[in-house]
Design a protein around this ligand. Structure first.
Ligand SMILES: *[C@@H]1O[C@H](CO)[C@@H](O)[C@H](O)[C@H]1NC(C)=O
Ligand SMILES: *[C@@H]1O[C@H](CO)[C@@H](O)[C@H](O)[C@H]1NC(C)=O
Ligand SMILES: *[C@@H]1O[C@H](CO)[C@@H](O)[C@H](O)[C@H]1NC(C)=O
Ligand SMILES: *[C@@H]1O[C@H](CO)[C@@H](O)[C@H](O)[C@H]1NC(C)=O
Length: 420
């Protein structure tokens, strides 16, 4: 078939017109959407952990009025008060839309996350989420409905991220942090008993643990070096680097040992991409591991202790928590309580007397320490937004700054005045 040039031109013109009309319709549709202020979106159940953008169907008010089902399953909207470019943990877990809930196979997947507050009226979001590192710069919604839940998230310690502005007293409704008395926990690790029941943290009464078994004793035999520390932040608020140096000096002076420091602050290297090999190294070679926190705060015990516990090195801890609620008795050395000289002495004792060293591992037959599952962190958010009773309950933090900040926070805040 021969097609003339004119015909080709005509066809192309026709196609262009079609595209234009299509685009125009899209714009009209969007304008229309904005004008009629649709207040219900329905998430189609993808029934799969598909990576495709979640599918949304806009339903007009009239339609939904007859649709009683959709009231039950209406979408819960979550506004993250940060820009997509500046996300910090735990917000980095949250994809846009409801992908994260679908991917984690949560019981509830009808929660829609957005960074874009223009998607709704500000007071139509069910939850407005704030992350502690963002608070200095956050743009707080101008309009707030009493039904909304303003939620404070943090996995950082208040020594690095104090909340100073008095507008935050009587502001939040919920807290998602590692602090044990948060409403919901956004934390680092869980402790399970031998029946796989989660028992903490906190654990306020530990059961009695018997002696360790021979397999483990054999496993501990290869250890020859006193202590390792994997660290990348060399100067910290807690001044852990000073304490580590003191301990190192004490060990050298009295017993002729030194701590092997890996990473940016030491002379040994074990790159993160070989994490598995580094773990093996701790297990095979080291008696102790320095689980020093970078700051002091109540309940602030990070996943650092897992590196010790799960590789059969005894953690030497340094931080602001009451460690007896996180670790079984006789499973660790607390350098803040015992002091540098005593810790060095006990390290020496353990090195010399294997039987004594074994006592630190009595718990291992009974407990396991694991990173908190992402699923539980994420799913709890959509679950509570679907909990009618919980949503209707009025919850407030009239003295939020006292709750979050460390003792003496007024001084800390006055030092950084102007920043907040
Ligand atoms: C679900 O996902 C799998 C793998 O991603 C795909 O093969 C399958 O076709 C999907 N099923 C549906 C119903 O979309
Ligand atoms: C936010 O949403 C509005 C309305 O839906 C849209 O016009 C705007 O481009 C969005 N902004 C961003 C940064 O995505
Ligand atoms: C630490 O926690 C234990 C167990 O709950 C408690 O008995 C003890 O009093 C606490 N210590 C401090 C200093 O708060
Ligand atoms: C949320 O907190 C604000 C400020 O404290 C309070 O006025 C409001 O009643 C609370 N709403 C809910 C649903 O808890």
């Amino acid at each position: 078939m021969i097609v003339s040039k004119r015909k080709v031109k005509k066809i192309i013109l026709l196609m262009l017109t079609a595209v234009c009309v299509y685009e125009l319709l899209q714009i009209v549709y969007l304008l229309d959407y904005r004008d009629t202020k649709i207040d219900k979106l329905e998430i189609k159940d993808t029934g799969n952990t598909t990576k495709e953008p979640a599918l949304y169907e806009f339903i007009s008010e009239e339609e939904s009025a007859y649709d009683t089902e959709s009231t039950e399953e209406s979408i819960k909207f979550i506004l993250l008060t940060t820009s997509e470019a500046d996300l910090q943990f735990p917000f980095t877990l949250f994809n846009k839309d409801n992908t994260i809930f679908v991917d984690n196979e949560c019981d509830y997947t009808n929660c829609y996350i957005t960074y874009n507050k223009s998607h709704l009226n500000e007071d139509d979001f069910d939850m407005v989420a704030f992350n502690s590192p963002d608070l200095q710069e956050v743009v707080v919604p101008e309009i707030r409905s009493p039904h909304q839940k303003y939620a404070f998230f943090s996995i950082e310690s208040p020594q690095y991220h104090p909340v100073c502005n008095d507008m935050y007293d009587d502001f939040f409704n919920w807290t998602f942090t590692y602090k044990l008395n948060s409403d919901f926990r956004s934390w680092f690790f869980d402790i399970y008993d031998s029946n796989e029941i989660r028992i903490g943290p906190p654990v306020d009464v530990w059961s009695n643990f018997e002696k360790i078994d021979d397999d483990l004793k054999t496993r501990l035999e290869s250890k020859q070096k006193i202590a390792a520390w994997f660290v990348s932040k060399c100067e910290t608020m807690s001044a852990r680097e000073v304490v580590a140096r003191e301990l190192d000096e004490e060990l050298l002076k009295r017993y002729g040992w030194s701590i092997d420091v890996y990473g940016d602050c030491g002379k040994y290297a074990c790159p993160r991409r070989y994490a598995q090999l580094c773990n093996v190294k701790i297990e095979d070679e080291y008696f102790f591991y320095l689980a020093f926190e970078n700051s002091f705060a109540e309940d602030y015990v990070t996943e650092k202790i897992l590196l010790a516990l799960n590789n059969y090195a005894v953690p030497i801890v340094y931080g602001g928590a009451n460690y007896s609620r996180f670790l079984p008795p006789d499973s660790y050395l607390n350098i803040r309580e015992l002091g540098v000289a005593e810790v060095a002495r006990l390290m020496h004792k353990a090195y010399k007397h294997r039987e004594y060293y074994h006592n630190y591992f009595k718990w291992t037959n009974y407990l396991s320490y694991r990173h908190v599952s992402r699923k539980s962190q994420v799913c709890q958010i959509c679950a509570v937004l679907n909990d009618k009773e919980e949503m209707q309950r009025t919850t407030t933090y009239p003295e939020f700054r006292n709750w979050w900040n460390r003792d003496g926070w007024e001084n800390e805040c006055s030092l950084i005045e102007g920043l907040f």
